[in-house]
Design a protein around this ligand. Structure first.
Ligand SMILES: Nc1nc2c(ncn2[C@@H]2O[C@H](COP(=O)(O)OP(=O)(O)O)[C@@H](O)[C@H]2O)c(=O)[nH]1
Ligand SMILES: [Mg+2]
Length: 331
């Protein structure tokens, strides 16, 4: 594969080249990984930056409908919009939320849009890297807004929040006064809560739910990355395309403030550091699972079982032998 040619075509905004590059970063093959790394290195210097918007919400809340309507609004303003999906459950269902492309029919045909469904991958670590790298590729291809969609399953929300500039939580109108069991951690990482389906007979319930969440948000600890009034809750109707312009206005206001206050760059820097450390941990674990460490560990484990060696001493032996220089006691 000609990495230079692929890079040039990505920078020219060719969607097929972008799709091909994402396939490359998704691959588990060692030679593909090497090529992906070379490609990402080559594209790093480009300096193009998009706005990364994470979007989470349980199935049925209206994410796909929202992305279609919101995405069409943005492309209508001349912006290029990429949609990436993170769905840890897709490994089980054997593939992608590509089915959702039917709900994003107009957007998927829009020349200014690029939609990439979730790959079938089981490990969250793998999904995290793939998604981060795909974001980088979309930015290199000149996309202005990158929407990263996830279902509210397990750690995936936190993961997406940790790679977004803005994190949106989409909720449905609640029946009574219960706050739909939203995990506290997710509430705390939300920048804007959107109560969807504020239309027809659900409108009143949506308004009440929105007020409940606005109240709950006010009770959270103030964050340095927020100006007065944020995080906030708004109502929208993805179906009727109502409230979307207002929501976009609020997002831009928040991002503008964060840029001015240095919080935007600080957040990205902190995320980069976080992902670096995560990669080191993942890399170490991967090495422990591979030969020769794996065999050495299993041999030592037998001696530990037989009581010939203490667990701590055996661990030290592995670390000293295989991580010499890093453990601080190498030759
Ligand atoms: N009334 C109403 N229904 C909506 C709205 N947005 C989505 N829906 C409906 O909710 C269902 C789930 O929507 P979908 O976008 O697939 O949700 P997702 O699973 O979060 O992607 C569909 O039947 C949509 O038509 C909305 O704003 N108002
Ligand atoms: Mg969907």
């Amino acid at each position: 594969m000609d990495i230079e040619d692929l890079a040039a075509r990505i920078e020219a905004g060719e969607r097929r080249a972008l799709a091909r590059a994402i396939t490359l970063v998704e691959s588990g093959r060692a030679d593909h990984r090497a090529q992906a790394t070379a490609l990402l290195d080559r594209l790093r210097g480009g300096g193009r930056q998009g706005l990364r918007i994470g979007l989470s919400g349980t199935p049925g809340v209206g994410k796909s409908t929202f992305i279609e309507a919101f995405g069409m609004m943005l492309t209508g303003q001349g912006l290029k919009v990429a949609v990436l999906a993170v769905d840890p459950s897709s490994a089980r269902s054997g593939g992608s939320i590509l089915g959702d492309k039917t709900r994003m029919e107009r957007l998927s045909r829009d020349r200014r849009a690029f939609i990439r469904p979730s790959p079938a991958q089981s490990q969250l670590g793998g999904v995290a890297r793939r998604t981060r790298e795909a974001i980088g590729l979309c930015e290199a291809a000149g996309f202005d807004v990158i929407l990263i969609e996830t279902v509210g399953v397990g750690q995936s929300e936190t993961m997406v929040a940790d790679m977004s500039d803005l994190f949106l939580l989409l909720l449905a109108p609640a029946g009574g006064d219960e706050l739909q069991g939203v995990k506290r951690g997710i509430m705390e990482s939300a920048d804007i809560i959107l109560v969807n389906k504020a239309d027809g007979e659900l409108k009143g319930a949506a308004t009440r739910t929105c007020a409940d969440y606005a109240g709950a948000l006010r009770l959270l600890r103030k964050r340095p990355q927020d100006p007065e009034g944020f995080p906030k809750a708004l109502t929208v109707s993805a179906l009727e395309e109502a409230g979307l312009a207002k929501a976009w206005e609020e997002m831009q206001a928040l991002v503008g403030w964060r840029r001015g206050a240095g919080q935007f760059a600080a957040r990205r820097a902190e995320q980069a550091r976080h992902w670096f450390e995560a990669e080191v941990r993942e890399g170490l674990l991967a090495r422990l699972r591979k030969e020769p460490v794996r065999g050495a560990m299993s041999a030592l484990a037998s001696r530990v079982e037989e009581g010939q060696l203490s667990p701590a001493r055996a661990a030290e032996e592995i670390l000293d032998t295989y991580l010499r220089g890093y453990a601080g006691k190498g030759p």
